[in-house]
Design a protein around this ligand. Sequence first.
Ligand code: KG4
Ligand code: ZN
Length: 349
Amino acid sequence: MNYILGIESSCDETAAAVYDLSHRRIVAHHLYSQATEMHEQYGGVVPEIASRSHLEKIDTIIEYTLQQAKISLQEIDVIAVTNKPGLAGSLLVGLCFAKGMAWAQHKKFIGVNHLEGHIFSSFLNPDGSLNENITFPYLCLSVSGGHTSLYLVKDFGVYDELGSTIDDAAGEAFDKIAKLMGHGYPGGPLIEQLAREASFQDFYDYPRGKNKYTSYEFSFSGLKTAILYDMVKRNLYDLKTGINHTTLTREEQQKVASSMLVCINDIFHAKLKTAFNQFPETQGFTIVGGVACNKYLKAQLADYCAKRGKFFAAPPPAFCTDNGAMIAFVGSYKAERGEFDALSLDVFE
Ligand code: KG4
Ligand code: ZN
């Protein structure tokens, strides 16, 4: 057993990657993202459009990835594919394609949980090799546009969820506030840029939530509403007509964005502090998912980990957002343990 092909199609990215078991590295990865091109005009992912696009792109993406890896489909030993969670129609395209290939070419087959893919994505270095600094057990914050969860990670594939968001995900909160200020998707990078222009100062002291130290649950819906009403109070936003273009200057946007980012950073720190105290055996901390692209959050959290004598790791941006590499990687340790699935595996199973 040598090469694992990973396939990801749970949302709006059609992605593939090849993992080389003997050299322990990703040798090629490639994706097509529908995000800006197809869904922007609707303000979110349209499931029907997403699954049709996966159907159109998947064979080309896989073929190109194999070409980049300089191997043929015959040389692939295992096909690993995301089968949950995600949009049913999108998942089905990747899953059916993977099953078809596995059946026709007599390959071993593995279904991968997308969230597990994100958790272990921090092991991937930018060049596809593995990060040797990560040691178990450790804490992982998985934070994207769709999910925000804190995990205690004990081994490859072995992890407990300590808590997750009870309403919006953190990325979603960035996206919604950016939208409120008149900007498009994704909002996270713009909020970071605006916050940088304001030197990451806290101007408005937005609410952190009463239970920031006492619970592992996250809640960002209240923060979003608090920011909205604060903007209304400052005459930056009119609930009936929308943005007040005369008062929502770049400077005001910088202040809102900076205060918001500092607030979310504060919430992450509080949860991490509580978890490090409750689980002193943890060796370090990783942040994964789209929001892990945020350089300010990474620098702040890395600093805190260093102070506590813990390691810090985050995947490179290409492996923060949805990708095939993390699926191939999860496939690799499952394959080594002989954890294969039957071709009857369905989505969400
Ligand atoms: O992982 P991902 O593609 O989302 C899901 O699959 O759910 O991540 C996208 C999310 C968006 O909410 C986006 O605003 C956020 O990640 N994001 C950021 C940054 N870059 C992307 N959030 C904060 N700062 C960033 N630099
Ligand atoms: Zn994802």
